[in-house]
Design a protein around this ligand. Structure first.
Ligand SMILES: [Zn+2]
Length: 104
């Protein structure tokens, strides 16, 4: 297990997890519970952490994350037509239900 990514935006962390899953990289999310409770123990506990299960996937995972997060296309958030969750603009799939963004 190796820490690969962390962010306070839960939707973003789940989107990254989904993207890595699409590349056959298995990962785990830590701190995905009561953010308000975590805050009592310091700011680091309020960030969601994404850990790759297999350390060997780490470099590939970082490359994918950097690529996806730096794509200069439409960065506006969008709302999933299936479940109504808000998604970051750089992701093509809903973090919650994996429905693809509708073509504009
Ligand atoms: Zn959805």
């Amino acid at each position: 297990m190796r820490l690969t990514y962390k962010h306070e935006n839960r939707g973003l962390v789940y989107s990254v997890k989904n993207i890595l899953a699409m590349h056959d990289i298995d990962c785990h999310i830590k701190n995905d519970f009561g953010n308000t409770m975590g805050a009592e123990f310091g700011i680091n506990n309020t960030l969601l952490e994404l850990w790759v299960t297999d350390d060997a996937d780490y470099n590939r995972a970082r490359e994918i994350i950097e690529q996806k997060l730096e794509e200069p296309k439409d960065q506006k958030t969008w709302v999933c037509q299936n479940c109504g969750e808000e998604n970051a603009g750089q992701f093509a799939l809903c973090w919650s239900c994996q429905t693809a963004v509708e073509e504009k």
